[in-house]
Design a protein around this ligand. Structure first.
Ligand code: ACM
Ligand code: ZN
Length: 742
């Protein structure tokens, strides 16, 4: 792979240098300074440091874990057994703690000179981050877990001072919808650590799985961790020993693991194991498909509160984190409204609405946790429902302005807006894009990077930023589509594909001050990180080539100037609107086309690994009144007699309410016939609208109307309509869906 890429390294170095406003000589230097997240202060000096088999690592006694980590990383890629020197004053690489020299938590100062390396930190976290920066100065092969031959292990001489702007730089991993084994979780922690993220929200519990061993309630994992029939059951869980191992792994890497014990909703897996936990006491099964249960933990029964106490007790004993996450999202309160026990509590506490019971429960648990010196974190609902007096930390996932409410009510906030930080959304609408969550628009790398942190609350209220990776898209390993490249260990590979490279954008959003962020500068540095991810064996979505310029020419054509989004990768292109392949013409100089939609170009990392094409979505603004573009028909898919035509409309059905579906005839000689239309929520028929209508150039629009009253986020919706060409197939048209009432 490497040799394929290095073929055109020189050409791209020059193009990148121009694009990144750097001197070409700088861009051709073997080890450049392309650190992510961008350090606060970097001063390049002259010469290089060269690692040798004789190099030693000296360390303060308190930094043994960090020294061993560095020894191990350098050892596996270089093949050298570098000596460690405890309490040393002299060593080739010296790690020391010095709070006077470095004043910010997790901060460090790194001096690389031709003679040696000095790394000073205020704390072990700062030292770990100095090591990460140092690794980014070495050639990318340093990330390999196999010995690399023929590499010059040099790093440019430099002085770096660096510290994070905020204390919370998080990622959430949903291990409940899909069980990732311990080794994958370690890899995820490792990848977070490489980019200086320090909090892992471990989403251990959801309707579809309970993943944490609780000794007092063994059925939680004997029963609640498994879905499907016995002979073919899916799932798994972490033993308490596994958890201890993960915590220790995280500690060396400055990643704090925060357990998320979800309640009162998203807890069906526990209810399956112990039906008496819910208001109704009914027996259920662990779902095998995406499902948000309406069953809630009963607040009115002493037995379910005791369960909560016991589970949280064991959790607190296991996890040293000063935070305990209690979930709290998406409760629908009908069960509490109907439950006599819950109603009694409402009366006793003088509450008017069942939703206020959630605030009551949050107070009870937050007090319980305070006694154990732990702070409660949870989704924003934990402080938005009812009157919560004990200070908590809310994860703001809907509206970042709610940080203001957090401040006013004495709480703190972490920003994790679904619009920018949910990595289960695709990056684009380009045909061929990975199928993923649809209830929000795609989140491109640039959109993720552009997230603004807080202009609403004082800095002290917003602890930081977090990305979320939900696994509903491949619940229990179901894959919604095939991507050859990801076919082995597919769920794990998809998880990485969704997470990277957006995690690198998150890293910079979380680490840097907003005023220090610059997307084009980030993109230039990023282009050199894909190779590092390759050596880490980490999958990622290959970005499309970057359009540097798109200039009209004197003849009315358009000239495209591109640069590679992945350093040293090829760009291949077409000028007739067709999909480029790895054999299409190689881009070397600007390309001129008559119409921009005729131009397509892909990034080719290697012959098996390439991007989607640059794509200009058709302009449907003239159809705005009909709602969102959903589907289209063309002569190729038009049938000769009335046949059910099924297309997906997930995301266009965005909540309960009344919708119109408009079929609009756009061209052709043949009229298009439509019959009965059906709306499905997965396989469940929700609406049926009989109609028989013919549309053509003179009468081009057919409209259907239906109402949805059992919407579920994350569940796929489909339309099936009878359709055919009337004596022929020369007909094309568009389908739009509009939500007309709430
Ligand atoms: C969430 O996305 N339900 C927090
Ligand atoms: Zn109840």
């Amino acid at each position: 792979m490497k040799s394929y890429r290095t073929m055109c390294k020189k050409t791209w170095a020059v193009i990148l240098a121009i694009a990144c406003h750097l001197p070409a000589t700088w861009a051709t230097n073997a080890n450049e300074i392309e650190i992510i997240p961008k350090p606060v202060h970097v001063e390049q000096t002259s010469g290089n440091f060269r690692l040798s088999p004789k190099s030693t690592i000296g360390y303060d006694a308190a930094l043994q874990g960090q020294a061993e980590y560095l020894q191990q990383v350098l050892g596996q890629s270089t093949g050298w057994d570098l000596k460690l020197k405890k309490d040393a004053r002299k060593a080739t690489i010296l790690l020391t703690l010095n709070p006077e020299k470095v004043d910010k938590p997790e901060g460090y100062r790194l001096d690389v000179t031709p003679k040696g390396i000095s790394l000073t930190g205020r704390d072990a976290g700062g030292i770990f981050y100095g090591i990460q920066t140092l690794l980014q100065l070495f050639p990318p092969q340093v990330y390999s877990d196999k010995r690399q031959h023929g590499v010059e292990w040099i790093a440019p001489a430099v002085t770096i001072y660096d510290a994070p702007n905020r204390p919370w730089r998080g990622m959430m991993l949903d291990v409940a919808r899909y069980f990732y084994d311990k080794e994958f979780v370690k890899k995820y922690i490792d990848m977070m650590a490489m980019y200086k993220l320090n909090k892992l929200q471990f989403h251990l519990i959801d309707d579809s799985g309970w993943r944490l061993e609780i000794k007092k309630y063994p059925r939680l994992t004997e029963v609640g961790a498994w879905a499907g029939p016995d002979h073919n059951r899916l799932g798994g869980f972490y033993t308490q020993e596994d958890i201890k191992e993960l915590i220790a792994y995280g500690q060396v890497r400055n990643v704090e693991i925060i357990p998320e014990i979800e309640f009162p909703a998203h807890i069906l897996s526990a209810v399956v194991a112990y039906p008496w936990l819910s208001c109704t006491g009914l027996q259920h099964e662990v779902p095998t498909q995406h499902f948000i249960s309406r069953d809630l933990l009963c607040v009115g029964k002493e037995s379910s509160l005791q369960f909560l106490r016991d589970v949280l007790d064991e959790t607190v004993r296991l996890f040293p984190s000063s935070y305990i996450n209690i979930g709290g999202d998406e409760a629908v309160y009908t069960r509490w409204e109907e439950c006599p026990d819950c109603q009694k509590v409402m009366k006793r506490e003088g509450l008017k609405k069942a939703s206020e019971l959630q605030g009551y429960l949050t107070n009870v648990v937050a007090e319980m946790m305070k006694e154990k010196n732990r702070t409660v974190v949870g989704w924003e609902e934990i402080f938005l429902r009812g009157d919560v007096k004990t200070p908590v930390v809310g994860l703001i996932w809907h509206n970042v302005r709610d940080t203001l409410l957090a401040t006013q009510r004495g709480h703190k906030a972490i920003l994790t807006p679904a619009t920018h930080m949910y990595f289960d959304f695709p990056e684009s609408r380009t045909p061929g894009e990975v199928k993923a969550a649809t209830w929000m628009p795609p989140i491109s790398l640039e959109k993720c990077y552009s997230m603004e942190i807080n202009d609403y609350s004082p800095e002290s209220t917003v602890l930081g930023v977090q990305g979320c990776f939900w696994s509903d898209q491949f619940i229990h390993g179901t894959v919604l589509q095939e991507i050859d490249y990801l076919n082995e260990n597919r769920s794990e590979n998809y998880a990485e594909y969704f997470t990277f490279p957006r995690l690198l954008a998150l890293s910079e959003v979380a680490w840097c001050r907003q005023s220090d962020r610059n997307y084009s500068d980030f993109r230039c540095r990023l282009s050199h990180h894909f190779n590092r991810l390759d050596f880490k064996n980490c999958h990622y979505r290959v970005p499309e080539p970057i359009i540097e310029q798109m200039n009209p020419t004197a003849t009315g054509a358009i000239e495209f100037t591109l640069s590679p989004a992945v350093a040293d990768a090829d760009i291949r292109y077409t000028t007739d609107g067709s999909y480029p392949t790895v054999h299409s013409p190689l881009y070397t100089t600007p390309v001129t086309v008559n119409d921009k939609s005729d131009f397509r170009a892909i990034t080719v990392v290697n012959p098996r690994h390439y991007s989607l094409p640059i794509y200009f979505a058709p302009d449907y603004s003239g159809y705005k009144q009909y709602g969102e573009y959903t589907a289209e028909w063309k002569p190729l898919n038009v049938q000769p007699y009335l046949t059910p035509w099924r297309f997906e409309c997930t995301g266009k059905i965005s909540g309960n309410g009344t919708y119109t579906v408009s079929f609009i005839y756009t061209k052709g000689e043949t009229p298009f016939r439509l019959g009965t239309l059906k709306l499905y929520k997965r396989d469940e028929l929700l609406a049926e609208v009989p109609q028989s209508v013919l549309i053509n150039a003179n009468s081009p629009i057919a409209t259907y109307r239906f109402t949805v009253d059992s919407f579920e986020a994350g569940t796929p919706f489909f339309i099936e309509v009878e359709a055919c060409g009337e004596k022929g197939n020369d007909t094309s048209g568009l389908v739009f869906i509009n939500k007309v009432t709430q």
